[in-house]
Design a binder for this molecule. Structure first.
Ligand code: ADP
Ligand code: MG
Length: 708
């Protein structure tokens, strides 16, 4: 048997020229690549249609019947042959534009045929151009694969003669060459328990299905296998991480935590917050480094969880850092945390790009000698000059705004002296995100992280009412704004700012600002404006005016998207809402609904909307649930455009689809966990197949190369 790593140039029917084409057009190099090049659809020749059942959208159908008559119709260019074809339910026309004479001579009238082709419909009558025809008597004799595979192709391949038929033949040759035999990759136990097809049978039936049922089973088996080995890698990575990367042990919950919890906590924690806190406490006490992702919808109260975790670090003699993606957000965290902790003997400082040099020096020094316990900041915190005495916990807010490189820099911030047993010890890491990640995606992308979810909003929140309005309703919207301002509420009006068309967006924003200024004139109304081109001091000034209620309206670009917390602001107007993605809309809406008043989100759009835009706006109107929204987003955009997927294998899947195959994914994950729980190193004889395959994957890095 040939090695599956053999170049396809050596395969019968291929040769160097075709091999080059395969490589260039489809990135197929080896036997293995070609075997894993799966058809994207099949023509089903197991089903027969009755003429009565035909519909205008039928693609390719197969019918049994007979020709009753022929006629030739003269046209400008040559002639056209038309045959009337009937079965017991009706009749259709068969049409030939070429070879009329020859066809007329070969086809027989009143003899049963199986015909196959694409159906066209015109005013309730159907026709089939250039059908494939076979006498029923012959059809019965012929051995065939019932389902014809159709492989993905490119124009170039077709032009160079690598048609579907040729590709099919080449793959047939390959199956012959390797004797149709594949090594089993899964254990007998898994194959039997899940009633999966064996590897060889699955491979054969994915290319040349003997029936619809076998095709379905083949797909299921191969999808399972693909997802199983991804999960196996992710979970193994997690196990190795836990056993190899030592972490500081925070053994006690001490004075800071208890004092704050008993005397200064401004509200009762929700059950979800308590649960997450327990998960974190367990993580930081077990001797391994915590590497946890905290997901919680906007407004679910992640900050207080961060604060309590920080207090545990402090109670154990460590420093803590909190980093946020924007200056506004970092400042807001600083103010909020300072206020929460003001009664405790704890020092907190803020470090951002606009911190003064003298202030920086003070901070650097206090960090190094340990006087400073909590540092909150932006990217400025990652600079090499910033050194901690003993950083025990790093929290990263809105982590999707940070690159992997920046995140990993946090790891190196721990002090050189404080090592556990002389081994490098990174701080515990907690990353927080308000962008809910669909469970299936989280399993695939963050399968190596521990995940906590705050799935409960603090009590007493009124759910935000979301409305969709068109430009022509603008006057009504202005009236609504005026009424809400009269009630003492504050309003956000947000304009899209999308990089490529920044100039135009900026103009939109300024035009909008002008017309709003006209509609809401001073001195009765005061308006703040915040956008990315402003100096951060000016931005901060305008934000503060809004926070202090000196202005009633905040006109802004998406800079306010993340984290901003002004509970009195209860109306969010989003202009050109059709231009925003779903997760961005959801983030923006999360700026309101933070106080006890009824809040509103109004999505303004033009009248003409694409189907996707309609779905997005309808979804927003229908639900406030971040996870539901994330699922819709995943369906619309596919995993390729969602955060984090670039680093994961989900984009490179050959056959599985993490959206459509969610249930197979869950099964694959639980089976992978079971296997590894029983056998960490895959050394049991019963796991030999799995272990061999796993080693090959690690070695070849073929389709799995994107798993880091
Ligand atoms: P996010 O998860 O979006 O970062 P925040 O931490 O900013 O949310 O919390 C949103 C608001 O909810 C804040 O004003 C916070 O004080 C408040 N909050 C958080 N937890 C609770 C709770 N358990 N009960 C009442 N209010 C809470
Ligand atoms: Mg937040």
């Amino acid at each position: 048997m040939s090695s599956l790593q053999t170049s396809i140039a050596y395969l019968k029917g291929v040769g160097q020229a075709r091999a080059d084409l395969f490589a260039k057009e489809l990135r197929i190099f080896t036997y293995a690549d070609l075997l894993n090049f799966f058809p994207n659809r099949y023509i089903d020749r197991t089903q027969f249609f009755k003429i009565k059942q035909l519909q205008s959208n039928d693609s390719e159908v197969q019918i049994v019947g007979k020709i009753t008559s022929f006629k030739t119709v003269q046209q400008k260019r040559g002639s056209r042959l038309i045959a009337t074809f009937i079965d017991e339910t009706g009749s259709i026309e068969l049409v030939w534009f070429r070879g009329a004479k020859w066809i007329k001579d070969t086809l027989k009238v009143n003899i049963p045929y199986v015909i196959f082709g694409k159906v066209n419909s015109f005013k309730n009558s159907f026709s089939m151009p250039h059908p494939e025809m076979e006498l029923v008597s012959q059809y019965k004799k012929n051995l065939r694969t019932a389902m014809q595979p159709i492989y993905p192709s490119t124009e170039k391949l077709n032009n160079k003669g690598l048609t579907n038929r040729v590709v099919q033949k080449i793959i047939q040759n390959l199956f012959t060459e390797i004797n149709r035999k594949f090594e089993e990759t899964l254990s007998n136990e898994i194959v039997n328990n899940l009633q999966l097809l064996g590897k060889s049978e699955a491979m054969f039936n994915i290319h040349f299905p003997k029936s619809q049922i076998l095709l379905t089973q083949a797909k299921k088996r191969l999808k399972f296998e693909e997802l199983f080995f991804i999960q196996l890698q992710l979970i193994r990575k997690k196990i190795i991480h836990k056993s190899k990367i030592r972490g500081y042990i925070f053994e006690k919950v001490g004075a800071h935590f208890n004092d704050f919890y008993k005397k200064h906590l401004p509200f009762d924690l929700t059950n979800a917050q308590k649960r997450v806190l327990r998960e974190i406490r367990k993580d930081v006490a077990n001797g391994a480094q915590m590497n946890r992702l905290l997901q919680g919808d906007v407004g679910s109260g992640k900050t207080i969880v961060a604060v309590l975790s920080i207090l545990i670090a402090l109670d154990n003699g460590f420093q803590a850092a909190l980093i946020a993606p924007t200056e506004i957000l970092a400042t807001q965290h600083f103010n909020a945390i300072n206020e929460l902790l003001c009664e405790l003997p704890i020092t907190v400082k803020l470090l951002t790009g606009s911190s003064k040099k003298t202030e920086r020096k003070i901070i650097h020094k206090a960090l190094e000698n340990g006087d400073l316990q909590i540092l909150i900041g932006t990217h400025a915190l990652l600079e090499d000059k910033v050194k901690f005495k003993n950083l025990g916990l790093s929290i990263i807010d809105e982590q999707h705004r940070f690159g992997v490189a920046q995140r990993s820099k946090m790891w190196l911030k721990s002090s050189p002296e404080e090592k556990v047993g002389g081994v490098f010890t990174p701080p515990h890491i907690l990353v927080m995100t308000a962008t809910p990640i669909p469970r299936t995606l989280a399993m695939s992308v963050y399968g190596d992280l521990d995940i906590s979810v705050i799935d409960e909003l603090p009590p007493g929140r009124k759910s935000i009412k979301t409305l969709h309005r068109y430009d022509k309703n603008r006057l009504g919207v202005f009236k609504f704004i005026r009424d809400e301002i009269t009630k003492g509420r504050q309003i956000y009006i947000v304009y899209p700012l999308i990089q490529e068309s920044e100039k135009m967006d900026y103009k939109d924003l300024m035009d909008g600002f002008e017309s709003i200024s006209r509609e809401f004139p001073i001195p009765q109304y005061q308006i703040s404006i915040v956008h990315g081109k402003m100096k951060s001091a000016d931005k901060e000034y305008e934000m503060q005016r809004f926070i202090k209620r000196e202005t009633q309206i905040m006109v802004a670009t998406t800079v306010i998207e993340v984290g901003v917390n002004v509970p009195n602001a209860s109306v969010m107007i989003i202009e050109s809402a059709e231009r925003f993605g779903l997760s961005q809309l959801h983030q923006l809406r999360g700026r309101v609904g933070r106080g006890s008043d009824q809040s509103y989100c109004i999505l303004m759009s033009s009248f003409k909307l694409t189907e996707d835009a309609k779905t997005r706006l309808q979804t927003m109107v229908k639900t406030n649930d971040g996870f539901e929204i994330a699922e819709v987003d995943l369906k619309i955009r596919g995993p390729g455009n969602l955060m984090g997927t670039q680093q994961s294998g989900v984009l490179n899947l050959k056959i599985a689809d993490i959206v459509k195959d969610a249930s197979i994914l869950k099964k694959a994950r639980s089976v992978a966990i079971e296997v590894l729980q029983k056998d960490h190193n895959l050394s049991l004889p019963e796991h030999k197949n799995i272990s061999d395959t796993y080693q090959k994957i690690i070695k070849n890095r073929g389709i799995w190369s994107n798993i880091s």
